[in-house]
Design a protein around this ligand. Structure first.
Ligand code: NAD
Ligand SMILES: O=C[C@H](O)CS(=O)(=O)O
Length: 486
């Protein structure tokens, strides 16, 4: 028996308004495939407007009751959900790797580190505090209440199919909101498994629905136009985020947007080159480079380019390409053929303009979506790879002269999600950290995400933050009560 389908968390049904639906109203279905070999691992109902609007109406019906629960009660449900995710992490990882392809170790790390958002927001639920402000007159008081926004639509991507959900549903439920989620059609099984555990944890029926559909645009049109939906929380590409904002403008939707990135990874000549090459390996090649905050361009100061490149190449040579379930594999497949084509387009553009392939540079014989980890030297700012998110295992090395030179190149992007640099001089560290146009900056650190920090971008990388005490604000509205006659 397929190890995925043997898990009780393996669902071939969508959770809509408290019911598990194995069939859609239209009878349409779609396949979920293993990105390693394209084989079908599940068949799901391809839901449409009927199910989406039913889920929205049900979410609206139960939201007031959920919001009336005490913060402690909501916290208790979230904490139980956290405990269940941790207890079922192996099953969840098997499902995640089957549909997304990443190595099991990475899948489990995604699940554990992002379950922490459920635990974090269970605690934050109890810290949703208002204010009492002295009034404009002795007989008055000013009250500021924080109240849940209401029904939220969540839309999530395929690259972290488990973690992107807990970062949204956790704070939403903590605040007293209800959620209708559309996961990526490429990786819906992780969402369904999480929903099964949420149900077991005591999340009320109808408070959290999962719509499985290949018609993302119709879902987008419904949630942006339906006045019952108060908020849209989206993680995905900038073009889709931009489209949702445009469509949501008619009903002044609230938005949280976690969008595309183009992270500069900068190595100064006073850096610890071993630490920098370790950090570059993690930041660039985790999830085969299919990560919003991954190093998309690597800038190395002229005096240390050769030494750093040698260290990076030796680390890249230790990566083991293969199926995510295979022991020892540290890099899995890209999600599909389009992703391979984008990698090859960026590579062709760079080499045509003079870049040199130092390692990799071709598809692997292990499978149609596996691409060898690739390091390029002699990359220049006119190459596409410095402007667009490659979202693949391509490490382009660009030499730079000094701080002013590299800050100008790093900031020459419409994106501003993550940036990294390695240096030891404290004046340089403060100067560069403050000058980089990015929502998040890793200094001598190649891994940013954790539940205690405000994760998110500036410019066209997004709106709002996920995680930290800031992360719940996006699910609350302020109400000013002018109390007179006292
Ligand atoms: N900033 C972050 O935290 C973060 C995290 C993960 C991924 N991302 C970004 O996501 C992108 C990769 O993910 P992707 O390929 O799934 O992105 P995508 O934008 O193609 O899809 C993301 C989600 O949006 C849905 N979608 C697509 N078109 C839609 C529409 N018209 N209306 C409603 N929903 C629609 C998809 O079905 C999917 O569920 C990259 O750009 C990456 O940087 C950002
Ligand atoms: O790609 C998106 C994720 O947000 C990456 S991370 O897990 O937050 O580093």
């Amino acid at each position: 028996m397929n190890p995925v389908s043997s898990s009780p968390l393996f669902k071939q049904a969508a959770l809509v308004a408290g019911e598990w639906l194995a069939r859609s109203a239209s009878g349409a279905t779609f396949q979920v495939c293993d990105p390693f070999d394209g084989k079908t691992i599940a068949t799901l109902p391809d839901l449409g407007l009927e199910e989406t609007s039913r889920a929205i109406d049900a979410a609206a019906r139960v939201q007031p009751e959920w919001a009336k629960r005490t913060a402690k009660e909501r916290a208790g449900v979230l904490k139980r959900w956290f405990d269940l995710v941790i207890a079922n992490a192996d099953d969840l990882a098997t499902i995640l790797t089957a549909e997304q392809g990443k190595p099991l170790g990475e899948a489990k790390s995604e699940i554990i580190s992002n379950a922490a958002y459920l635990e974090w927001f269970a605690e934050e639920a109890k810290r949703i505090e208002g204010e009492i402000i002295p009034g404009a007159h002795p007989s008055q008081r000013i009250l500021v209440l924080k109240q849940p926004i209401g029904v939220c639509a969540a839309i999530t991507p395929w690259n972290f199919p488990n973690g992107m959900i807990t970062r949204k549903v956790g704070p939403a439920l903590a605040a007293g909101c209800t959620v209708v989620l559309k996961p990526s059609e490429l990786t819906p099984l992780s969402a369904l498994a999480l929903a099964a555990l949420a149900e077991e944890a005591g999340v009320p029926k109808c408070a959290f629905s999962v719509i499985t559909t290949t018609d993302a645009k119709s879902f987008g049109l419904e949630v942006t136009k339906n006045p019952t939906v108060a908020k849209i929380t989206f993680t995905g590409s900038t073009p889709v985020g931009r489209w949702l904002m445009r469509e949501g403008a008619d009903t002044i939707k609230r938005f949280s947007l976690e969008l595309g990135g183009n992270a500069p990874f900068i190595v100064f000549d006073d850096a610890d080159l071993d630490a920098a090459s370790d950090g570059a390996l993690v930041s660039k090649f985790r999830n085969a480079g299919q990560t919003c905050v991954c190093a998309n361009r690597i800038y190395v100061q002229q005096g240390v380019v050769e030494a750093f490149t040698e260290k990076l190449l030796s680390r890249v040579s230790t990566l083991k390409l293969g199926r995510g379930t295979e022991a020892g594999v540290t890099m899995g497949p890209l999600i599909d053929g389009r992703a391979v084509a984008k990698m090859e387009a960026h590579l062709a553009d760079a080499t045509a303009k003079g870049a040199k392939i130092l390692s990799g540079g071709r598809r692997s014989s292990l499978g149609p979506t596996l691409f060898e980890p690739t390091v390029l030297s002699g990359v220049t700012q006119d190459m596409i790879v410095t402007r667009e998110e490659t979202f693949a295992p391509l490490a382009p090395i660009i030499a730079f002269r000094d701080e002013a030179d590299v800050i100008a190149m790093a900031n020459a992007s419409e994106f501003g999600l993550a940036a990294y640099f390695y240096a030891r001089d404290m004046r340089r560290i403060f100067n560069v950290a403050e000058a980089l146009q990015s929502g998040m900056v890793g200094v001598n650190n190649g891994a940013l995400a954790n539940e205690m920090a405000p994760f998110g971008g500036i410019k066209q990388s997004g709106l709002g933050r996920e995680g930290s005490h800031h992360g719940i604000e996006g699910y609350l509205e302020l109400k000013y009560v002018a109390l007179g006659g006292l």
